[in-house]
Design a protein. Structure first.
Length: 565
């Protein structure tokens, strides 16, 4: 049964314009009560956050309206496509929380049927084999203000076109020597309608069909046919395909086959980020990142390795919504959605990134206490854990200053602070090496302040995180920042390209960090909040004591929103 159209989603919010179209179609029974969408990636690279928007939209609509969504690979260009990309895309879609069940399809599944459809157009006098070179084809096409001119091969007979097209398929001609073109109108105001190429000759092995074909369909020809064969009802595309819709419609109308409705929406543009797969591939190929899953990359696998959660990405896609105009979303909003989810779901642990040793002089030499620490204050059911406390501790170097400024409230000579879950301590002495560098602090503690306030009511202005030095585990921590320093990476000087805006400080590796012993058995991609430091994720490498910083604690988006209010 189809869910009734109320003009709202199940939270009472107004539907976006695409969902409103779907709801109205259900109300009028346009597609016999069916909703069938598809997510059609090209397997020529890894998916990125922009694809996540399309995934959430297509699978989300199918789920919301009790419909179906196919996963279909548009594998029409064997030169750029690889099986590696296919498997990675399937993994990413599943990780985001979506399932295509038994509806996994490939454009290559339909190569024979597309070929037969092409013959149908030739026989109807609506397609012809053209011998113009690619450069000549562009010259004949004309411009936005100047009509094109007919190819000298446009008047070939139907019989000659059929014979030449069959020879193309049989591999009788070299690459690029001939194309099959639709016969529409070389003076059409829409350049896409000026006898577009349907097939090109390409002697290249295909990942799935091997050497069975040496002619491959162009996207505009294949796209509509794939949708038609699968009986898609709503073919949702990004805005750049709006000018291609007349051609989508023309092909299906000429063939007289099932005709889905193409609907366009604005793609996602994100500040400090590039979304072009060509540019992302360039970053990988040039060694400017460590791979497609580099945590600085906007790829889904990169975001996963950095510590993003599927729920955070899905929520982000919901928050930004769907519209018809191009705009750039502030990356701070994505990070805000991430913090909201991680705050609720991430266990708290203590870690010290730049250790400074503290010796508590009046603490018993061999004593070790197991103190209770809260796992997640946002989730009481998460319970508590034990953290060891001993005579020798580590604190952050930044939490101590020998000559502090007025508003520095952390540890300093003669000052008392609270150690989280533990005691009040007071710094009594500072030890330095021969170069004047601080090597350790000496403190005293107040046994009466364990886990709480001082009995005499005295207050401290700062609480520090810490680790027991003998029990702390050594770890590597990687601090990630935006990959680009420019909000719009494509905005580069005339003699430079987007790579000139790469951030030289996008990665800082700290190799002498310490984490609490509870992380000894952490698994790859485990997400945590390091108290006072940010959210971190266990790296997916074999060494489980490498942690990637997912995002800092400071929520710039929330701060912006607060100022606006």
């Amino acid at each position: 049964m189809t869910k009734p159209n109320t003009g709202q989603n199940n939270k009472g919010q107004k539907l976006d314009f695409i969902r409103q179209i779907v709801a109205d179609d259900l109300k009028t029974n346009k597609w016999s009560g069916r909703v069938h969408t598809r997510f059609p990636p090209e397997p020529n690279g890894y998916l990125h956050i922009g694809h996540a928007k399309s995934i959430c939209l297509n699978f989300g609509i199918a789920d919301q309206f009790s419909g179906l969504c196919n996963l279909r690979f548009d594998d029409t260009n064997p030169i750029k496509e690889e099986a590696e990309y296919i498997e990675a895309i399937k993994e990413d879609v599943r990780w985001l929380g979506f399932d295509w069940a038994d509806r996994l399809y490939y454009a290559s599944d339909y190569f024979q049927q597309m070929y037969e459809y092409a013959l149908q157009l030739i026989k109807a006098g609506r397609a012809y084999v053209c011998d113009l070179t690619p450069d000549q084809t562009r010259q004949y096409r004309g411009t936005l203000t100047k009509p094109g001119k007919d190819s000298p091969y446009r008047s070939r007979s139907i019989e000659e076109n059929i014979d030449l097209f069959e020879q193309m398929k049989a591999g009788k001609f070299p690459d690029g020597s001939r194309t099959l073109r639709a016969k529409i109108d070389m003076a059409h105001p829409n350049l896409n309608m000026r006898d577009p190429v349907m097939y090109r000759i390409l002697h290249a092995a295909h990942p799935r069909t091997a050497d069975a074909w040496c002619i491959y369909p162009m996207y505009d020809w294949a796209h509509g046919l794939e949708d038609s064969i699968e009986e898609i009802t709503h073919s949702i595309c990004t805005l750049e395909f709006e000018n291609h819709r007349p051609l989508y419609d023309w092909f299906l109308d000429q063939l007289g086959v099932f005709h889905p409705q193409q609907i366009e929406f604005a793609r996602l543009n994100l500040s400090y980020t590039v979304m072009s797969k060509r540019k992302l591939l360039q970053l990988v190929a040039d060694g400017l990142v460590t791979g497609w899953d580099d945590p600085r990359m906007p790829t889904i696998c990169g975001l996963r390795r950095r510590g993003y959660s599927p729920a955070a990405i899905r929520n982000f896609c919901t928050v930004i919504g769907v519209n018809k105009f191009n705009s750039t979303v502030d990356i701070a909003l994505l990070e805000h959605c991430l913090r909201e989810d991680l705050n609720k779901t991430s266990p708290r642990v203590m870690a010290v990134l730049k250790p400074l040793k503290v010796i508590i002089d009046n603490y018993p030499e061999d004593k070790v206490e197991q103190l209770d620490a809260v796992n997640n204050p946002e989730d009481p059911s998460a319970g508590t854990r034990k953290v060891p406390f001993s005579k020798e501790l580590y604190i952050e170097q930044d939490d101590f200053m020998e000559s502090p400024p007025k508003k520095f409230y952390r540890l300093a000579p003669g000052r008392e602070v609270r150690l989280r879950y533990a005691y009040f301590v007071t710094c009594t002495d500072v030890t330095k090496d021969s170069n004047g560098n601080i090597t350790e602090l000496h403190c005293t503690y107040d046994p009466a302040t364990r886990g709480g306030d001082a009995p005499d009511g005295r207050k401290v202005k700062s609480t520090l995180h810490w680790l027991s030095a003998p029990h702390a585990l050594k770890a590597e921590v990687r601090l990630y920042d935006h990959l680009f320093i420019n909000e719009n990476p494509d905005d580069a000087p005339e003699d430079k390209d987007f790579k000139s805006n790469l951030n030289p400080d996008s990665l800082q590796i700290l190799t002498d960090c310490r984490v609490e012993p509870s992380l000894a058995d952490t698994k790859p991609l485990g997400r945590y909040q390091f108290e006072r430091l940010g959210y971190f994720c266990t790296d997916s490498s074999k060494d489980n004591l490498i942690f990637n910083r997912t995002v800092t604690l400071r929520d710039t988006w929330a701060k912006i929103q607060k100022k606006q209010k």
